[in-house]
Ligand binder design. Structure first.
Ligand SMILES: [Zn+2]
Length: 132
């Protein structure tokens, strides 16, 4: 599934783009990284931490983790889901996605309030609102 994805420059640094059309519900990519405890996550910090549950997080900062290139959007075309074992994070298509579209998901309210809100959200949906 990684073969159908490409990292490219976007208006907010880099973004992940699909080289194939995707159907709603398709598995796009797994968010991979080192599994660390909550205490370790708090110690490390960083914007690529993804919480599995209250005790564990995935630190997805490695460049091998292509999913780290998915940008936040307030109107995303993907969504993350943690599997039942709370071991893996999968990103699924939220709707049908066309070839060449940038892939995005909503980073969650906490992340948004803490890290995005202050400097203003630069996602496509918010850009449109500003210019419109
Ligand atoms: Zn936004």
């Amino acid at each position: 599934m990684k073969n159908n994805l490409i990292v490219k420059k976007s208006n907010s640094g880099f973004g992940l783009y699909s080289l194939a059309a995707l159907k709603k519900g398709d598995l796009v990519i797994e968010y991979v990284g080192e599994k660390i405890t909550e205490a370790e996550a708090n110690r490390r910090g960083g914007k690529y931490l993804f919480e599995l549950n209250h005790s564990w997080s995935i630190d997805g900062k490695s460049r091998d983790n292509l999913a780290r290139y998915l940008n936040h959007s307030c109107k995303p075309n993907c969504y993350p889901e943690i599997d039942d074992d709370e071991e893996h994070i999968y990103i699924y298509a939220k709707k049908n996605i066309e070839l060449g579209e940038e892939l995005t998901y909503h980073y969650g309210k906490m992340y948004f309030d803490e890290l995005i809100k202050k400097s203003g959200c630069r996602c496509q949906a918010c850009q449109k609102e500003k210019s419109g």
